[in-house]
Design a protein. Structure first.
Length: 449
C-alpha cells in the first residue's frame, strides 16, 4: 500500500483560524495531483518549446510578520518605547546596523542587499501573505477574511512552474516546491486558475540532521517489490482510485513508469540530505538550517522556486522569548547558506529572499510586543546575480513609515522574474476569458541591476 501521511493536529493562529490540513500521499502527491500528471504537463511544455534558465529563487518567508526593529532596522536613536528591545550591531556596510541577534549576517552584509521600505496596505495575515506571495492584493471584500476567502491569484512559484513546466526535464525535480513548516501558512502559494499541476510540491524535512529524508518522498512499497511492475502499478491504480474519490486527481496514464523513474532516480537523490557530508549538515544546524540545505540541494538539481515558511513570528505579547527563539537560528542558517553557495559557485545562480507578510508596530505594546503593521517592512536579498551591498529605501526615525524610496510587492516579483529570466509583461488567460498580467505594476529596481 502507498500510505497516507497526514499532518499534525491543527494549531490556533492569532486571528482564530486553524492551520491548514495537508495530505501527503506517499511519494506521488504534488500539490494535490499525481506526479504522472505533472510529467504530462512537462511534456506539453516541451512541445511548446519553453526553455528554462538555470537560475533559482528561495523565498524564506518569516511567517507571521517579523519585527523590523529587532531584525534589520533597529532605530537605536528613537525613544525607548520604539527602538529595538535588544540593541543593535554594526554591519560591514558603513552606517548600517542590524538587530543584535544577527552578528553573523552583519559580517556578511556587503554580500546582501537590504530593502527597508517594503510597503503595502494590508495588515491582515491572510491578505498580506497573498499580496507578498502573488504580488497582488486581495479584493476589498476579502479584507480580514483569511479563514474563509480563497486565494485569488497564482503564487509566484506557480507562475514559474507554468513558464518552465512543472518538472525539470533534465533532472525530474519539481519546479515549484514548498518545504512544510510547523505552521501551515496563509493563502498565496497555490496555482489556483493557472491549474493545480503548477501548485507547489509540498515536502517536510524529517526529524534530526542525521535522518533528514522527506516523509512524503518515502515510497511505501518494500524495495524488493519494485522489480514487480504489475504489483507496483496495481498499487498505483488503487492509490489513484482513492484520490479520485476525493476529487484530488485524475486517472493515471502512460506517465506511470516515468513517475517511478523520478522517485527512484536523481530527483529522489535531490531530496536526500544524507548525501551531504555530516560535517556540512552539522554546520547548517537543525530545523531551519536543514531546510535551507535542502533548498540549496533542490535548486542545484533544477528547482526554480522553493518556499520555506519560517516562524511563527506573530509577537504581540512575547517579543523577548519569540526573538530569542527564532532570530539566532535564522542568523546562523542564512550565514552558513551564504558561505555554502559561494563555495559551490552558486551565489549568482540562486537568489535567497528573506521577508515576511508585513512589519510590526513602531511603538511597543505592554507585552512587550509589537502588533501588525502594513506601512513598512524589510527584506534581505542575497545573490541571484543582483547587485549586493545596497540599502534600498529609508524609513523614518521610528521605522514606522517610508521616508524615501517605497518598494512594492510588485517590484519584488519583478526582481524575481528578472533573476529567473521571465518576461515582466507575461500574461495568461484568466478563466473569465480575459488576459491577465502576472505583474500589475512594478519594475526591477535600478539599485539591484
Amino acid at each position: 500500500m502507498l500510505n497516507l501521511i497526514r499532518s499534525q493536529p491543527t494549531k490556533a493562529k492569532c486571528d482564530g483560524t486553524s492551520r491548514r490540513q495537508f495530505m501527503q500521499v506517499g511519494a506521488l502527491t504534488l500539490g494535490g495531483l499525481t506526479l504522472p500528471q505533472l510529467l504530462a504537463a512537462r511534456a506539453a511544455a516541451a512541445e511548446a518549446g519553453r526553455t528554462p534558465r538555470n537560475t533559482s529563487v528561495i523565498l524564506l518567508f518569516l511567517d507571521g510578520g517579523a519585527p523590523q526593529h529587532e531584525t534589520f532596522d533597529p532605530k537605536m536613536s528613537a525613544p525607548q518605547e520604539y527602538r529595538s528591545v535588544f540593541g543593535s550591531i554594526p554591519t560591514r556596510l558603513p552606517g548600517v546596523h542590524f538587530g543584535s541577534h544577527f552578528p553573523k549576517m552583519a559580517q556578511l552584509a556587503d554580500r546582501m542587499s537590504i530593502v527597508r521600505t517594503l510597503v503595502h496596505a494590508d495588515g491582515d495575515h491572510g491578505g498580506a501573505t497573498h499580496w507578498m506571495k502573488t504580488g497582488k492584493p486581495w479584493p476589498p471584500e476579502a479584507l480580514g477574511k483569511a479563514a474563509v476567502y480563497p486565494q485569488q491569484d497564482p503564487g509566484i512559484g506557480a507562475i514559474v512552474a507554468r513558464v518552465r513546466s512543472p518538472i525539470n526535464a533534465d533532472t525530474g525535480v519539481p519546479t515549484n516546491i514548498r518545504v512544510q513548516s510547523n505552521h501551515g501558512g496563509y493563502p498565496g502559494d497555490d496555482a489556483v486558475w493557472l491549474g493545480h499541476a503548477h501548485s507547489p510540491f509540498r515536502v517536510r524535512v524529517g526529524p534530526g540532521s542525521e535522518n533528514a529524508m522527506l516523509s512524503n518522498m518515502n515510497l511505501r512499497v518494500p524495495r524488493e517489490q519494485l522489480d514487480d511492475r504489475r504489483t507496483l502499478l496495481t498499487q498505483f491504480d488503487h492509490f489513484n482510485r482513492t484520490l479520485d474519490r476525493t476529487g484530488l486527481a485524475q486517472a493515471m496514464d502512460g506517465f506511470q513508469q516515468q513517475a517511478v523513474n523520478v522517485v527512484l532516480g536523481r530527483a529522489r537523490e535531490a531530496f536526500d540530505l544524507s548525501r551531504e557530508p555530516m560535517s556540512l549538515r552539522d554546520r547548517y544546524g537543525a530545523g531551519l538550517g536543514q531546510e535551507l540545505l535542502l533548498a540549496r540541494r533542490l535548486c542545484e538539481a533544477g528547482a526554480g522556486f522553493v518556499t520555506l515558511n519560517n516562524g511563527y513570528w506573530d509577537f504581540h505579547g512575547g517579543l523577548v522569548p519569540g526573538c530569542n527563539q527564532l532570530c539566532p537560528p535564522l542568523d546562523h542558517a542564512v550565514s552558513v547558506f551564504m558561505e555554502d553557495v559561494r563555495a559551490r559557485g552558486l551565489e549568482n545562480d540562486i537568489l535567497l529572499i528573506v521577508t515576511g507578510e508585513f512589519g510590526r508596530t513602531p511603538r511597543l505594546n505592554g507585552g512587550p510586543g509589537r502588533d501588525h503593521w502594513a506601512p513598512i517592512n524589510d527584506a534581505v536579498l542575497i545573490g541571484g546575480g543582483l547587485r549586493m551591498g545596497r540599502v534600498i529605501g529609508e524609513s523614518d526615525e521610528r521605522a514606522a513609515y517610508v521616508k524615501s524610496r517605497p518598494f512594492t510587492p510588485g517590484e519584488l516579483v519583478a526582481t524575481i522574474f528578472h533573476v529567473l529570466g521571465i518576461d515582466p509583461s507575461l500574461q495568461f488567460t484568466h478563466p473569465s476569458g480575459r488576459p491577465k498580467y502576472m505583474i500589475d505594476e512594478g519594475r526591477v529596481p535600478n539599485e539591484l541591476v
